[in-house]
Design a protein around this ligand. Structure first.
Ligand code: GLA
Ligand code: ZN
Length: 663
C-alpha cells in the first residue's frame, strides 16, 4: 500500500481556516494518511436523516491535495443526544442494574434493535457517500470495541439475546443445568427464559454461567462489528476494513473479530496516565505487538501510537526526546506496516484536552513535530521495501481468551492474572533477543522449537491430544501450575489427579497444592536459592525428574519443577510462579536445551527484532534508554540506518539488513 506514517485528525475541533496549515504541516512531516470522523456522528447527522458529510468531504479533499489519504471511522462508539432522546433504552445497564447515561462515550447497548437500526441508516449513508472518493482508502469500524463494555450490558434486550445464545448452544435446559452445575445452591432452571444476565447477586456467582456470559459478550461484540462490516463491504468494495484493538484486552475475542477484518490495527499508550509506573515496561509493549501480529498472523497498523503526554483528569510523564520514535519503531519492528500517531494536535476541549499530540494546544510545530518528521524521513523508504514482512520466531507462547476469562472469574490467587503470567514467561526471551510468536492453543505448533503454554486451566480431550502429539513428534513444551484443572464448561475435572491426562507427558501427578496467600516461598534450583510466588503444586514424580525442589512449606524437599522425556520430545512442568531470577535462569536453560538462536547481545534496555520477506531479513536495534548503549549482533548484517555500528545514542533506532540471507 506504500503508506507508513499518519496521524489521527479531528478537523471538526478547529476552525476551517486552520485546516490548510494542518495539511501543509502534515505533508512536511511525512504524513501519508489520517484517520478521521470516528467520534463525529452529531456533526455528520445532527437530526435524523439530515446528513452533513460536506465538511468531511472538504477535509478529505484538502488533505488529498497534499497527498494524504484518509481512513474513515464509523462514529458508533458515541451516539448523539437526539438518538438517546428518541430511544433512551439504548443506554446500557450495568451489573447493579443502573442505567449508564449520556455524557461520555460508549453509552450504547450493542444488542439493541433500535440502535442497530440507527447504525444501519447512518453507516449506509456514510459508506455510500465515500465509496468512490479517490482519497478514502479504508474504514475503521467503531472505536476500541469492548472498551467500557466490561460488565455491560444487562438490559432486557441483552437478556433475551443471551437466552437465545444459550438455547442455541445447549438445545435443552437440562443440558444447561448440567453444564453449569446448577445442582449447587439450588440454581436449576426450568426454561431458558428463567436465565438472566449476571446482575449483581446477594453473594457469589456461578463460574460456569460467568464463562458463558463472557463468551456471549465477545460474540455479541463481533456480531455488532459485523453489522457494520457487511454494510461497508457491500458499498465500498475497494476499501479495506480494520478495527483498533487494545493489545491484550479481553472484552472481545480478537481472533474471532479479526475474521471480519482485512487487517488488525492496534492502539498503544506506553506512558498512559493510568499506569502506576512512569511507563509500561518495554517487554510488555513488545509482547503486545507480538500478540497483535498473531490475531491475524499478518502485519498490522498502529492506529493510535502515543505521541505525547497522556492525560484525562491527571497526566502521565512527558515523553523524553526520542522516546516516541523508539516506541513507534518498536511497533514497526514487531510487524506494523503503518504507524498513525494519536493525535495530530492537542485538543482544547472535552475529556481529552490533556491527551497531548504531535502539536500542542498552540498548534505551533515544536520538539515532537520535529522528532516525528525526522523519523518519517528516515524510515519511510525502508518501510516501503519491507512492507508485508513477518518475523519467524522459533519460540511460541500459547494465548487463549477462554483461559483468560476463566481465570478472571476465579483468579485462584488474588494477584494471579493470565496476561501477567504471559508477560513473565515472555520477558527472558525478550531480554535474550529471541523473537517470540503468540499462538492459539489449537494452532499448528510443529514449526516451533519451544512452546510455552502457561496456565492451561481449561482442558479438553482435543487439546490434550494436541499437546501430546507435539511432544511425541519431538516438541519441547512447558506446562505450568493450574493446568488441566477444569473442563470446557469451567467445572473441575474429577477423573484423575492434576494435571489430568497431560500428567502422562509430564511424568507427574499433582494430588495437592498450596496457595501462597500474602507470602512467598523459595526453591533450590541448580545449586542456588530462588524466590517463588503465589502457588505451589505438590508433585509426585511418575517418571519425570525434579529440576527444582521446594525449600519452604510442609512439602519442603519435594519437586517444584520437573523435566520429562516423552517419546521424541521433552516436557517441563513448572508447579509454581518463578520469581524473576528463577524465571531468567530457568528460561536460559530451556533456551540451551531447545537450541533456540538469539539475534545478539546488548546492554540493558536494548531491544532486537527481525522481519523477513522474500529471502531478505531486516533487524531492528532499539535503545529504550536515555543513555548510550552497546550491542553486538550474531551474524553478518549491513547497517541501513544508524550512526555507529554497535553503539546506540539515547533512544536511537538502528536498522540492519542481513548480508546474503537465503531461505
Ligand atoms: C483510546 C481511544 C481514543 C482516545 C485515546 C486517549 O485509545 O481510542 O479515542 O480516547 O484512547 O484516551
Ligand atoms: Zn443491552
Amino acid at each position: 500500500m506504500g503508506i507508513h506514517f499518519g496521524v489521527d485528525y479531528y478537523p471538526e475541533h478547529w476552525p476551517r481556516e486552520r485546516w490548510e496549515t494542518d495539511a501543509r504541516l502534515m505533508q512536511e512531516m511525512g504524513v501519508q494518511v489520517v484517520r478521521m470522523a470516528e467520534f463525529s456522528w452529531f456533526k455528520m447527522e445532527p437530526r435524523e436523516g439530515e446528513f452533513h458529510f460536506e465538511w468531511l468531504e472538504e477535509a478529505v479533499a484538502l488533505l488529498g491535495n497534499y497527498g494524504i489519504k484518509t481512513v474513515l471511522g464509523t462514529p458508533t462508539a458515541a451516539p448523539p443526544a437526539w438518538i438517546i432522546e428518541r430511544n433512551p433504552e439504548i443506554q446500557p445497564i450495568d451489573r447493579q442494574g443502573r442505567r449508564r447515561h449520556f455524557g461520555g462515550r460508549h453509552h450504547d447497548c450493542q444488542s439493541n434493535a433500535a440502535y442497530r437500526a440507527h447504525i444501519k441508516r447512518f453507516v449506509t449513508a456514510m459508506s455510500q457517500r465515500f465509496a468512490d472518493n479517490p482519497n478514502v482508502i479504508g474504514w475503521q469500524i467503531d472505536n476500541e470495541l469492548g472498551n467500557s463494555h466490561g460488565d455491560l450490558c444487562m438490559c432486557d434486550s441483552c437478556k433475551a439475546r443471551f437466552q437465545k445464545w444459550l438455547a442455541d448452544k445447549y438445545q435443552t435446559v437440562e443440558a444447561l443445568n448440567d453444564a453449569w452445575g446448577t445442582a449447587f445452591w439450588s440454581q436449576g432452571y426450568n426454561s431458558f427464559s428463567q436465565v438472566s444476565t449476571p446482575l449483581i447477586t446477594a453473594v457469589g456467582e456461578n463460574p460456569s454461567a460467568m464463562l458463558d456470559w463472557k463468551c456471549f459478550c465477545s460474540d455479541l461484540i463481533v456480531d455488532f462489528a459485523k453489522w457494520q462490516a457487511d454494510i461497508i463491504r457491500e458499498n465500498c468494495p475497494k476499501h479495506f476494513i480494520t478495527h483498533n484493538y487494545m493489545c491484550f484486552d479481553d472484552k472481545v475475542n480478537y481472533y474471532d473479530l479479526g475474521e471480519l477484518l482485512d487487517f488488525v490495527s492496534n492502539d498503544i499508550y506506553p506512558a498512559g496516565h493510568w499506569q502506576k509506573q512512569p511507563h509500561q515496561p518495554e517487554h510488555e509493549l513488545a509482547a503486545s505487538h507480538d500478540v497483535i501480529r498473531s490475531y491475524k498472523k499478518k502485519p498490522f497498523w498502529m492506529m493510535e501510537q502515543q505521541s505525547g503526554m497522556a492525560g484525562w483528569e491527571i497526566m502521565g510523564r512527558a515523553l523524553e526526546p526520542g522516546q516516541m520514535s523508539a516506541w513507534a519503531m518498536q511497533s514497526v519492528a514487531h510487524g506494523a506496516d503503518a504507524v498513525v500517531f494519536f493525535r495530530w494536535r492537542t485538543c482544547a476541549m472535552g475529556t481529552e484536552q490533556y491527551w497531548h499530540g504531535i502539536l500542542g494546544h498552540s498548534g505551533n510545530p515544536g520538539r515532537t513535530y520535529e522528532e516525528a518528521k525526522t523519523l518519517t524521513h528516515r524510515f519511510t523508504k525502508h518501510m516501503d521495501v519491507f512492507e508485508g514482512s513477518m518475523p519467524k520466531p522459533e519460540v511460541a507462547i500459547v494465548h487463549n481468551f477462554r483461559q483468560n476469562y476463566a481465570l478472571r472469574i476465579q483468579p485462584n490467587h488474588p494477584e494471579l492474572w493470565y496476561v501477567g503470567q504471559l508477560y513473565q514467561y515472555y520477558k527472558p526471551f525478550y531480554d535474550n533477543k529471541i523473537p517470540v510468536d503468540f499462538v492459539q492453543d489449537t494452532d499448528d505448533l510443529s514449526q516451533y522449537k519451544l512452546v510455552i503454554a502457561p496456565l492451561q486451566y481449561l482442558m479438553t480431550p482435543e487439546l490434550e491430544q494436541h499437546y501430546t502429539e507435539y511432544v511425541a513428534n519431538g516438541g519441547k513444551l512447558v506446562l505450568t501450575m493450574r493446568t488441566g484443572v477444569k473442563d470446557a464448561a469451567n467445572i473441575c475435572m474429577t477423573d484423575r489427579e492434576l494435571p489430568g491426562k497431560l500428567g502422562d507427558i509430564c511424568g507427574i501427578e499433582v494430588p495437592e497444592y498450596d496457595c501462597l496467600l500474602q507470602t512467598t516461598g523459595s526453591v533450590l534450583y541448580d545449586g542456588g536459592t530462588y524466590e517463588i510466588r503465589k502457588w505451589c503444586d505438590i508433585i509426585d514424580l511418575k517418571g519425570a525428574r525434579a529440576i527444582a525442589e521446594y525449600q519452604t512449606g510442609f512439602y519442603k524437599g519435594t519437586p517444584a519443577i520437573t523435566e520429562n522425556a516423552y517419546e521424541k520430545g521433552t516436557v517441563w512442568y513448572v508447579g509454581t510462579e518463578p520469581g524473576e531470577a528463577l524465571m531468567t535462569d530457568l528460561m536460559a536453560y530451556l533456551i540451551r536445551q531447545s537450541g533456540v538462536q538469539a539475534l545478539g547481545t546488548a546492554d540493558a534496555g536494548v531491544e532486537m527484532m527481525t522481519r523477513e520477506k522474500d529471502g531478505r531479513r531486516w533487524l531492528f536495534v532499539i535503545n529504550h534508554t536515555g543513555e548510550k548503549q552497546n550491542y553486538r549482533l550474531n551474524g553478518t548484517y549491513t547497517l541501513l540506518e544508524g550512526e555507529r555500528e554497535g553503539i546506540l545514542n539515547p533512544y536511537e533506532v538502528q536498522l540492519w539488513e542481513q548480508a546474503g540471507k537465503t531461505e
